[in-house]
Design a protein around this ligand. Structure first.
Ligand code: SF4
Length: 402
């Protein structure tokens, strides 16, 4: 498949696997895991091989679900399966205003198509997003069993007693969610500890891969690099297979010859935002000699294995970049810029997300004042090629950095 033949994100995954990364078994397997995630989980659930629940793509509920013997399936990944149909259902049937974030509309449209069969349970999160809060209510009415986690928000400067209160609040949320997941069973602390150990082990492997990428920036291009991090949250429903891919990638990257001319021409960038669904953006970055080497979601924070596991989960959330205030993300971006010697920032979010656009504007302003150029892109979540305007802007931005 050549770049001109691409019609959908699925085509782009195939192109990336076979044409761009044909030399790497590990990258091919990573892309396969990502492409088959939803379909395989739904099939295994249908065949009675697994219990499964719709969940966020990140968050403490994921290790908790695995420790309860339940596979978490990230509803945001359904975006990849979406088309304008899903958006139309959300707008015409559920009366979402046109300007609502496309991620929410795609997810609601997909759940609508699955009403009455398939996975019926959803762990929702009332975290900063009003359109999703509306979606939980609508899906309840459609017969889904929805458990909505409450907001946990660590404002700047919150520490001491106030932080301890937040930890206690979050621990109560974790216990309530475990109760809902298991139908009233106690949390299996041993299994949760195992999940935490697994997470720390995999975090260390992903960090190693990201370090190796700095020395060999074109071995693994932008799209699989994004999915390396996405997989670290959910393991694409297959933790063992995901870990095998990480091990193989470490071997491949350690052995791969480094080309000096790549190091001379590469334009290191930091990606700040959601994993975009318009994969042509990644292609545009790659073709312009850019490389996404730093990430807002870099896993800098380990779980404290010396703590009781529920407390370890809570403290991990409140100690990382997703704790609440955008200032926590800002610190991680600063570290990433320095580490990868980035020449610029790519800020990406979804059209219609007022929360994300305010945060991106703050970061743009903050880093602009420190002499770091950035580009602020807004895309959509449904299947389809990226708009020509976005591609032109990103190419022009990277050319300017070169
Ligand atoms: S991108 Fe914004 S509006 Fe859309 S789901 Fe996320 S937080 Fe909500």
């Amino acid at each position: 498949m050549e770049i001109e033949d691409i019609q959908s994100p699925r085509d782009y995954l195939l192109y990336s696997k076979n044409t761009v990364h044909g030399y790497s078994r590990a990258i091919g397997e990573l892309l396969d895991l990502s492409a088959s995630y939803i379909q395989d989980a739904e099939q295994a659930y249908k065949d009675g091989k697994i219990d499964a629940v719709w969940s966020r793509a990140t968050g403490w509920e994921i290790p908790l679900a695995y420790a309860s013997g339940i596979v978490p399936v990230a509803y945001s990944e359904m975006g990849r399966l979406s088309d304008l149909d899903a958006v139309t259902i959300a707008e015409d049937y559920y009366q979402f205003p046109q300007e609502t974030c496309s991620m929410v509309k795609c997810t609601v449209g997909q759940w609508h198509k699955r009403r009455g069969f398939g996975m019926k349970r959803i762990i929702g999160a009332s975290v900063a997003c009003e359109p999703y809060n509306l979606a939980w209510e609508l899906m309840r009415k459609e017969g889904y069993d929805v458990h909505a986690i409450d907001v946990v928000y660590r404002a700047p400067g919150v520490k001491g007693d106030r932080l301890e209160q937040l930890v206690q609040f979050l621990m109560a949320q974790i216990r309530e969610t475990a109760d809902w997941l298991t139908g009233g069973k106690e949390i299996d602390e041993e299994k949760l500890k195992e999940e935490i150990r697994r997470k720390n082990r995999l975090i260390a492997k992903v960090r190693k891969i990201l370090e190796l990428r700095i020395k060999n920036p074109y071995y693994m291009r932008s799209l699989p690099a994004i999915y390396l991090l996405t997989g670290l949250n959910t393991y694409f429903g297959k933790p063992l297979a995901y870990e095998e891919v990480l091990d193989r990638l470490i071997v491949e990257l350690t052995d791969a010859p480094v080309r000096l001319r790549d190091l001379n021409k590469v334009i290191p960038l930091v990606w700040v935002g959601s994993p975009g669904q318009e994969f042509g953006i990644y292609e545009a970055i790659d073709q312009a000699d850019g490389a996404l080497l730093g990430f807002r979601g870099y896993p800098f924070n380990n779980y404290d294995e010396s703590l009781p596991p529920v407390e370890a989960l809570a403290r991990h959330v409140l100690g990382n970049q997703e704790a609440g205030a955008s200032i926590y993300v800002q610190k991680v971006i600063e570290q990433e810029l320095k580490k990868v010697k980035a020449r610029g920032l790519v800020l990406y979010g979804y059209l219609g997300c007022s929360y994300g656009s305010v945060a991106r504007e703050m970061w743009r302003d903050y880093f602009h004042k420190r002499g770091i150029p950035s580009i602020n892109l807004e895309g959509t979540f449904q299947v389809g090629p990226p708009t020509g305007q976005i591609l032109t802007r990103i190419r022009a931005f990277i050319e300017m950095l070169a």
